[in-house]
Design a protein around this ligand. Structure first.
Ligand code: ADP
Ligand code: MG
Length: 264
């Protein structure tokens, strides 16, 4: 802790806090995320966030600096994304739609970051606009690895995990294991949010929400969007995960790949 001085608190949740800090031996500002370590039970799950983030190295993933423990706090120091999170950015729009070029650029960057995560055999499991950050110059950075797990680790695979309800894929409600295509579904939700400033699946109760998700029925996209976006979302929202494209497919061989790569 003595290497950092507090600038301000930027996020507070059940886990603890996200602090903007100044590094004392450089000019740099960083984010220090404090997470309460469980006192008696297993703290390995908590430490997993730092371990998995530290394995990532990609232009579209928040850069890991270091992690350390201070009493019963786990501290993860990472790159500061001064553009804030994408949810804040969406809420700032009021009713004005984003430019198609911005949507495609952000989405292509999200896919590139998420593909890197999957290539490392890790699942993020909580992709949503609040966990996707923007830098000063508008580059996307995927963050918050607090729900991430290693793929094919039989224990992590078996555990049923439910993230933020709006972004949860149908197979999770059906008690199927979380897989790479469940992250693809969540990114589809973020893409839809960028296109409409609304969640694709919304309802007045959990039961109705889950029903809509499991049917894959969402309000149509505005017509001015390129047909590739309509086509892509239709496929990302296939209710059977096997029918959904992987991130590799989206970026390399899907009908939209050329358009996306053009924006990378
Ligand atoms: P939680 O586990 O509580 O969701 P997050 O890692 O998502 O923790 O951080 C909470 C909030 O703090 C984020 O939604 C974002 O607004 C802000 N935040 C976290 N990390 C950063 C970062 N590296 N740069 C900018 N803002 C961040
Ligand atoms: Mg978060």
């Amino acid at each position: 802790m003595e290497n950092y001085s507090l600038v301000k608190i930027i996020g507070e949740g059940s886990f603890g806090r996200a602090l903007l800090v100044q590094c004392k031996n450089s000019e740099q500002k960083c984010v220090l995320k404090e997470i309460q370590l469980p006192l008696n039970s297993k703290s390995e799950n908590t430490r997993r966030e730092a371990v998995l983030l530290s394995k990532m190295s990609h232009a579209n993933i928040v850069a890991f600096r270091e992690s350390f423990e201070d009493g019963n706090l786990l501290c993860i120091v990472m790159e500061y994304c001064s553009g804030g999170d994408l949810l804040q950015r969406i809420q700032k729009q009021q009713k004005e739609q984003f430019l198609v070029d911005d949507i495609l650029k952000w989405f292509a960057q999200m896919c590139a970051g998420a593909k890197h995560i999957h290539d490392k055999r890790v699942l993020h499991r909580d992709l949503k606009s609040k966990n996707i950050f923007l830098t000063e110059n508008g580059t996307i950075k995927l963050g918050d690895f607090g729900s991430a797990c290693v793929l094919n680790n039989s224990k992590a695979f078996a555990q049923t995990y439910v993230g933020t309800p709006y972004y949860v894929a149908p197979e999770i409600w059906d008690n199927q294991p979380y897989n790479n295509k469940s992250d693809v579904w969540s990114l589809g939700c973020v893409l839809y949010e960028l296109c409409t400033l609304q969640h694709p699946f919304q309802a007045s109760s959990w039961k109705r929400l889950i029903l809509k998700v499991c049917r894959g029925s969402y309000p149509p996209l505005p017509r001015h969007l390129p047909y590739e976006v309509h086509y892509l979302l239709k496929h990302m929202f296939k209710t059977n995960p096997k029918d959904r494209p992987s991130l590799h497919t989206i970026l390399t061989s899907h009908r939209v790949s050329k358009l996306l790569r053009h924006h990378l």
